[in-house]
Write a protein that binds this ligand. Sequence first.
Ligand SMILES: [Zn+2]
Length: 415
Amino acid sequence: MRVTKLARILIGISSLFVTGVYLEEVCVVLPVKPSWRLPRCSECTRICPGYDHAHKPVRWVHLGIGGLRLILEYAPRRVECPDCGVRVEMVPWARPGSRFTKPFEEMTAYLAQITNKTEVARIMGISWRTVGNIVERVVAEKLDPNRLNGLRRIGVDEFSYRKRHRYITTVVDHETCRIVWAKEGKSSETLDAFFDQLGDERAKQIEIVTIDMSAAFIKSIQAKAAGATIVYDLFHVLKLASEAVDEVRREKVRKLRDLDDTEKAAAVKKSRYALLKNPWDLSAKEWDKLAAIQKHNAPLYRAYLLKESLAAVFQETSFDDAKHELERWLSWASRSKLKQFVKVARTIREHKDGVLAYVTTKLTNGLVEGFNNKLRMIARRAFGFHSSAALIGMLFLCCGGVALNPPLPASWCTW
Ligand SMILES: [Zn+2]
């Protein structure tokens, strides 16, 4: 077998010819050319007349072999495309604008999906920033272009990164459990951009949108998808009550300290988890703390009961029962003499329809929140990414249903 034929098999890309081979320090350089004769536009792939002859040879990094880097070398021509103008010709082994081969990029993206940045950069021998660029290119090619078709139930949430200074808004399809859209920002204009991309026809098909109580998102949905039912995420609704309990507890600690009752202040301070955890998760010690609060601290115990009974409202399976229970809860909270709960009651009352919509839909942003936790993890490890585009690329790569086909060894050679 000729070396060039063997090289072509090793590269694993059809539609190219290897015309030579030479060694250069730690690299095996393979001069190659496309198997087709007439040049094609790298933007639209159509066959086009040549514009000028090739200039300098260009190199593409391929996967390593035996500790050596494989480098493909070719001097691309330029074409005059009737649609795109003067463009560099398409090469079968690489994406336009990339200096890495497709199998190299596929492998990099695959590793970025499953492991941390230090490992990806080390295994592939490239910087983390380059990993980001590769991910963007792979995602642009592989993301399902029809993912915005037929959306009926979606979840919208914002996700913070860069120490909470920057935000990305994500849209999740509840039916496929995938992120279908993302953009930097968290204003109503950010979400408007999603609906604009969707267009009126597809926006009309949306039946349910789950969100937190963000006024910006509400504004956008009411303006752009007026037919959709807004469901407030139960997790966020219950969080209002948890935060109120915690605020009541902190206020009590402050009061006790002002009275120089440090012992009692410390006891109340240490009751945080007993107050916030679900009753079925409490340890015996935490039950004791709760019992002490019940005995000595009526307002704080009332706050605890308010929190627990709000959660119970949403256990109701009938809408009418839930509505009735919520009304009772709202009037109790309003008369509770706890200003924190008076405020929570006001907020819930203002958003009552969307809060109750949970009972019939049982939809929450739990999925989105789960994604957000995953994304927060990605953002932490993607700290070297300098653009939101690279981060959004990672998001689609890990949560957008992008299927990769990295050149892994066939199963018969695993031992
Ligand atoms: Zn073209």
